[in-house]
Design a protein around this ligand. Structure first.
Ligand code: IPE
Ligand code: IPE
Ligand code: MG
Length: 248
């Protein structure tokens, strides 16, 4: 069967794709397995989405792996999930380097264990020279945490005279976010059937195209990713203008 990759218009690929990877627990439940088994299967889907993004020529891929709110899950699940993420990253790092994938992590690092922080920093550091797709893992991340953090830093810089209050602009605020220097997501994908944004990149997705699929995250494959890109390419992004203006 022909891959939908061939149907993608390479002149119009989204520069930045963000993904809310949801449905691991339900995937496992449907199979009579522990929720954690769903997270294990979800790691394979992460590998597939990175590969698909590389092939499609995506510049930035931001993956929501663990939210601030997810800290409220049962401790056993939190521990298992975070451990799984850190171990998987360590294991996948040589492969990421071989595939020219650059890793970044966004979120409240300080809440992770010192060992996890050290391990993540090693992976980030060893992929720092890679120039292919840039993968941002959102870990212990929420948009409201990020915005409050930005407000604190800006206020502190204003008090110390590093910035002028009158200079605060949308661009400046963006530069205080964890995604500083990155383009806003053009496309946000959510798997698992729910149509909500769950505190993810609220500022950055102001004009993103949204794509929802019922597929549970562990079932996500390259073709699903390409289908989302093709759907994205069929949309007219007007940014408040009229259709006629956009056409000209
Ligand atoms: C997504 O799957 C992974 C995380 C949120 C950490 P879930 O664990 O939320 O799976 P469901 O939504 O309960 O099926
Ligand atoms: C969103 O999934 C967070 C991640 C995918 C990491 P959740 O499963 O936590 O979302 P809600 O709580 O159902 O909205
Ligand atoms: Mg969920």
């Amino acid at each position: 069967m022909k891959s939908q990759l061939e149907l993608i218009d390479s002149s119009k690929v989204p520069e930045h794709v963000a993904v809310i990877m949801d449905g691991n627990g339900r995937w496992a439940k449907a199979r009579g397995l522990e929720r954690t088994r769903g997270h294990v299967a979800g790691v394979e889907a992460v590998r597939r989405v990175i590969e698909a993004a590389s092939k499609a020529g995506i510049g930035y891929l931001t993956l929501y792996a663990f939210s601030t709110e997810n800290w409220n899950r049962p401790k056993e699940e939190v521990d298992a999930l975070l451990n799984l993420i850190v171990v998987a990253l360590e294991r996948e790092t040589p492969g990421m380097i071989a595939n020219n994938v650059r890793l970044g992590v966004i979120g409240d690092f300080a809440r992770l264990s010192p060992e996890s922080q050290a391990s993540l920093l090693r992976s980030i550091e060893s992929t720092s020279a890679c120039s292919g797709v840039r993968v941002n893992l959102a870990l212990s991340y929420s948009s409201r945490w990020e915005l409050a953090e930005a407000a604190r830093k800006m206020a502190s810089d204003a008090v110390s005279g590093r910035i002028e209050v009158s200079d605060i602009s949308e661009d400046m605020l963006s530069s205080y976010l964890t995604t500083a220097g990155m383009p806003d997501p053009d496309l946000l994908i959510r798997t698992g059937g729910d149509e909500r944004v769950s505190n993810f990149l609220l500022w950055q997705i102001a004009y993103s195209e949204l794509y929802f699929t019922d597929k549970y995250w562990p079932d996500f494959d390259e073709e699903t990713f390409y289908a989302a890109i093709i759907d994205y390419q069929s949309r007219e992004r007007r940014f408040g203008k009229t259709s006629e203006q956009v056409a000209n």
